[in-house]
Ligand binder design. Structure first.
Ligand SMILES: [Zn+2]
Ligand SMILES: [Zn+2]
Length: 495
């Protein structure tokens, strides 16, 4: 038995509900106390005046890519191509390849991507991939270009830059051929990063969106190794394979459309900066219908990547049909749900669809003259990332990072959710914490086990040095400790 004391525990059962100490046995909360109890024969753990919340849950990450790229080069802070090259020259290969990510050509002085031959100067014999911040394009060197089995030959004037299919093909090639130990090392790295930022559970996509889920079994059989819980999504549309793997869910960033940055998100009205361009729906409704109806019939929870209103509507129509034919509590999800109309939100509510969203997208792209205004215009920018409208309707709304696209950092997400650029779409701090705790637990049907702090639930705690509910700089709050199933995994100095 352990007694955790000297803290304010927010239960997250309802607003303002808190207690002062918790008795934990075997990883489960046995009793909670409004004042510190006088009991002996227990191990007493001093939480040093911290503020305790249910361990954060990130409901959408690409942990393999995130972990892999954390072992590679992070180009986020590069201001010039010279910086890029100097960071690259200090990067060690993983499994014989060099990985670099978070490159944004708009943020380097030269306003361009490096070229294949520039990369070759540093790495003549090692394949290099440098991925753009949104993951939808990349640059590779000549060594890599020569190693990849292209569907059709690259153009004679090839400079290393890839988008669309070729980008997918290259990424796929780079992510292949890892041995089991390296794969486990990559997920271990992901778990450690998650823990450091206060998460005790993270949802992760496994596979490349097509057929490959070979990591699934490996990770599932090794779940006990990691300091956080992984909720796994076989990222495929092959229902038989998901069932065979014993998964209760299927999908992830299987793409109904692309991204706003690359004008490939499918929109009902054309792009403001490219009139006549409506983006693209990646698959026909017929093929989505076959996949989703089959999954629904087999009681699999489905998740699909939808950014634009046209893509959301396409998938929603099929969820609606599945629910109408045979209503089930499967909590089918729309990931991103970025651009919506009133009608779409009402339909999501009626079809009992859940939405997995990224408050940081608003922080990054909804600023005046930012990406959204550029692509969608001012009026439509107001209809992006509509957290409050969604929350008010009672749609199951969860928070996430889409790591590696944004940092896996729930406090940053909570902060962004309370400061959505459109004032009408802001969540209160309490609601924002809910989407990373209580609601997140519901998404994976874990509401009886995770997401709130109460008797009978798992003792997963994130202990903070300041109180989220009274702070005006939530993103800056320091993590004091992270406790998973009653065991201290991280304890920081100070306070
Ligand atoms: Zn994703
Ligand atoms: Zn996605």
């Amino acid at each position: 038995m352990k007694l955790f004391y000297n803290a304010r525990f927010y239960s997250m059962k309802q607003e303002n509900d808190s207690f002062a100490a918790a008795l934990v046995d075997n990883g489960i909360i046995k009793e909670t106390f409004l004042t510190e109890p006088d009991i002996s024969n227990v191990e007493k753990i001093d939480l040093r005046d911290s503020f305790v919340y249910p361990g954060f849950i990130d409901t959408h990450t690409h942990s393999f890519e995130g972990g892999l790229y954390s072992l590679g080069a992070d180009l986020e802070k590069a201001a010039t191509l010279k910086d890029v090259f100097s960071i690259l020259s200090e990067t060690k290969p993983v499994s014989g390849k060099i990985f670099a990510f978070h490159f944004d050509e708009r943020l380097v002085n030269e306003k361009r991507f490096p070229t294949a031959s520039e990369l070759d100067k540093i790495f003549p014999d090692t394949p290099v991939i440098l991925r753009r911040i949104d993951g939808h394009s990349s640059v590779i060197n000549i060594k890599a270009a020569k190693s990849i089995d292209w569907d059709k030959p690259l153009p004679g004037n090839f400079n290393g830059h890839l988008s669309k299919r070729e980008n997918g093909k290259a990424v796929n090639w780079f992510h292949r051929n890892f041995d089991d130990e390296s794969i486990l090392e990559i997920y271990q790295k992901a778990a450690n990063i998650a823990l450091k930022e206060g998460h005790t559970t993270i949802h992760t996509m496994i596979g490349d969106g097509h057929s490959n889920i070979k990591h699934y079994e490996l990770i599932r059989n090794n779940l006990h190794r990691f300091p956080v819980e992984f909720i796994l999504y076989p990222q495929i549309t092959d229902v038989a394979k998901a069932l065979e793997a014993g998964s209760p869910r299927i999908g992830g960033c299987v793409l109904a459309d692309g991204s706003f940055g690359s004008h490939t998100a499918a929109v009902l009205d054309s792009y403001s900066d490219e009139p006549g361009n409506y983006g693209s729906l990646y698959r026909s409704s017929k093929s989505w219908n076959n996949f989703i109806q089959n999954a629904h019939k087999n009681n699999l929870q489905v998740a699909v990547h939808c950014i634009g209103d046209a893509a959301i509507s396409q998938i929603l129509t099929i969820y609606e049909k599945a629910q109408k034919d045979k209503p089930k509590d499967l909590r089918h999800a729309i990931i991103h749900n970025e651009l919506t109309t009133e009608d779409i939100l009402d339909r999501e509510k009626n079809a009992r669809v859940s939405v997995i969203m990224q408050p940081m997208f608003d922080r990054l792209w909804a600023n005046p003259n930012g990406l959204y205004e550029n692509r969608l215009g001012k009026e439509r920018t107001l209809r992006t990332n509509r957290l409050a409208s969604i929350y008010k309707r009672g749609i199951l709304l969860t928070g996430s990072s889409d790591w590696y696209i944004t940092k896996m950092n729930a406090l940053k997400g909570i902060d962004a959710a309370t400061r959505i650029h459109n004032k009408n779409e802001r969540l209160s701090a309490y609601q924002a914490v809910e989407i990373y705790t209580k609601n997140a637990a519901e998404l994976s049907f874990d509401e009886n086990r995770l997401g709130t702090l109460e008797v009978g639930k798992q003792a997963d705690f994130v202990c903070l040095q300041n109180d989220i509910f009274t702070s005006d700089s939530i993103a800056e709050i320091k993590i004091a400790a992270v406790i998973k199933k009653g065991c201290i995994k991280i304890q920081n100095e100070g306070n």
